[in-house]
Design a protein. Structure first.
Length: 544
């Protein structure tokens, strides 16, 4: 049988009796009952020698786990039993709009990504983790674990006499919201008694004797056992929207003995889920993030030296089956279709159109947008490439945040054509324009750079690319959108590889004077977006 190592900051026998430790303890005991040998190791004493490929690891609370040991664990079979939002530096996503933490607050992303599965305790817990980390290998347990002994204790006190009208849980933990709850009751002239942490039977007896419990936590509770115990005991709970358990579909309908029986059955299901993942058997994950159809638009002219590499790379995208690739050949003399034809025969989502005249990039992009059928649009230059999961990451980011219209990310920059993202000569040099986070002031640079993805509705709202422009039509388009209120978001990952093509339209030396003249016009037109500081800093450059 598989050898299992359970890693956690603390264990219940060490005197820490929180909900996470109670859950972990019952899981460990249940796995032992199923015949597993469980080795328990505190996260802060775990050594490199204890991390081996022939063992399976369950990582619970891991604040004290070193980054070095996390790196080693990523090469093993491990799951994360998530408690208290270890993917956000504040341990509380509820303080952010729509519970979406800004990228600078996201932590341990790679550690969560590499896990075989991430176990969450409630529907909202799973959904919030998913949209912050953009991962889908999440198991929603949808409950917590109680020992048979504790369930018998709860059963014993279901019908005892109510001697207290209102209670508040005493806790020194600010996140449990005792002070806020006390203030609420005093403001509303609600008399209350405090009940204190105690030995389990004594605590349950106090809880059972109350008619109502007021409880306003200050952070998102992954589940919250006490609220469930109160419902079993007939104690009405007055709370806020931060209780994970309340997001479960069964929450409103179950109380008393029915809830106890439900918990017993859920426990069996939960243990089986852990066993299945340990034994490498199939397991059901939550619904993946919905990704709508994506239209990839490629404007093609004299791309003969790049076309084979471009085609072979774009079809390797992890979600290429959710895309349509629209290639518009602006009457190129290079006969690229001889290469493209091989792919159109194999993929029914690649569309090629040969135009009877040379169009500029803006004209071609407008044609692509009009003919596109995707909800999301991205342009892909024939001489650039991307990480194979770039479209997936960008589309997921757009999908989970309804407040943004466009996403972009960093790109490496290379001087050698037809390299891959995974094997390139950039030496980690980044494309200069996209390195800044989005703000109106930072739009002094063309932030979206070579790999923007945007919602088609943004184009429908703000109009098409200006066909009178030859060099900076994308910059003007993005500025126009920002001026009308569109919001962009930078993904904190390098997802692209930009080829600095010396023969490109915007990089050829003979075009520099004309290019600067066009950029100067745009700079002065949209100077109010950049702000007075940037205007003064760059006016000499743009205006000569």
């Amino acid at each position: 049988m598989t050898s299992v190592v359970f890693i956690s900051d603390f264990f219940i026998e060490q005197g820490i009796t929180g909900g996470a430790e109670a859950f972990n303890n019952e899981l460990i005991n249940s796995l032992i009952t199923e015949g597993y040998n469980i080795e328990k190791i505190n996260s802060h004493v775990l050594t490199a020698n204890q991390i081996k490929n022939n063992k399976f690891y369950i990582v619970s609370n891991f604040i004290n786990l070193s980054n070095y040991n996390k790196k080693l664990l990523k090469n093993t079979n491990y799951i994360i039993l998530e408690h208290d939002h270890k993917y956000v530096s504040t341990n509380d996503p509820s303080k952010f709009k729509n519970m979406l933490a800004p990228s600078e607050y996201i932590i341990n992303k790679d550690f969560f990504e590499k896990a075989k599965a991430v176990f969450c305790q409630s529907k909202i817990h799973a959904e919030v983790l998913q949209k912050n980390l953009l991962i889908d290998h999440i198991v929603n347990i949808g409950c917590n674990l109680w020992s048979d002994e504790d369930l018998e204790t709860l059963k014993k006190y279901i019908n005892i006499q109510k001697t207290k009208k209102n209670i508040i849980l005493y806790s020194k933990n600010k996140n449990k919201g005792m002070n806020r709850t006390v203030q609420y009751c005093k403001k509303n002239n609600i008399e209350f008694d405090l009940i204190y942490p105690n030995e389990y039977k004594s605590f349950i007896k106090q809880l059972a004797s109350a008619e109502k419990m007021y409880f306003f936590p200050e952070w998102l509770e992954s589940f919250n056992r006490v609220v469930i115990e109160a419902r079993i005991l007939g104690c009405k709970v007055i709370t806020n929207n931060l209780i994970g358990a309340a997001s479960e579909p069964w929450f409103e309908g179950l109380k008393g003995l029915d809830l106890i029986n439900f918990i017993k059955n859920k426990k069996k299901e939960t243990i089986l889920k852990f066993i299945n993942i340990i034994e490498n058997k199939s397991i059901e994950f939550i619904e993946p993030i919905k990704i709508p159809k994506i239209s990839i638009i490629c404007s093609l002219y004299k791309g003969g030296e790049f076309i084979e590499h471009f085609m072979s790379e774009v079809v390797k995208q992890t979600i290429f089956e959710k895309c349509e690739l629209l290639i518009f050949d602006a009457n190129s003399p290079d006969k690229e279709y001889k290469v493209i034809e091989k792919y159109t025969k194999k993929y029914n989502n690649i569309f090629y159109e040969k135009l009877d005249k040379v169009l500029n990039v803006q004209e071609t992009m407008n044609l692509g947008i009009k003919k596109s059928s995707g909800e999301y649009i991205t342009l892909w230059n024939v001489d650039d490439t991307r990480a194979y999961n770039s479209l997936e990451i960008m589309a997921k980011t757009l999908s989970v945040d309804c407040s943004i219209d466009l996403v972009y990310a960093d790109s490496y920059q290379t001087n050698i054509k037809n390299e891959t993202f995974a094997n390139n000569s950039s030496y980690n040099k980044l494309y200069e324009h996209s390195i800044y986070k989005f703000s109106k002031e930072n739009m002094i640079k063309c932030l979206p750079g070579p790999l923007p993805m945007w919602k088609k509705t943004m184009s429908e709202k703000n109009g098409m690319f200006d066909t009178e422009l030859k060099f900076a039509g994308d910059w003007e388009m993005w500025l126009r959108c920002v001026q009308s209120g569109s919001r962009f978001k930078k993904i904190p990952q390098v997802l692209g590889l930009y080829y600095y093509n010396p023969n490109g339209l915007s990089t050829m030396k003979k075009n520099l004077s004309e290019k600067l003249k066009e950029e100067s016009s745009i700079f002065n037109k949209y100077k109010d977006i950049f702000g007075i500081k940037n205007y003064n800093m760059f006016k000499e450059y743009f205006n000569g």
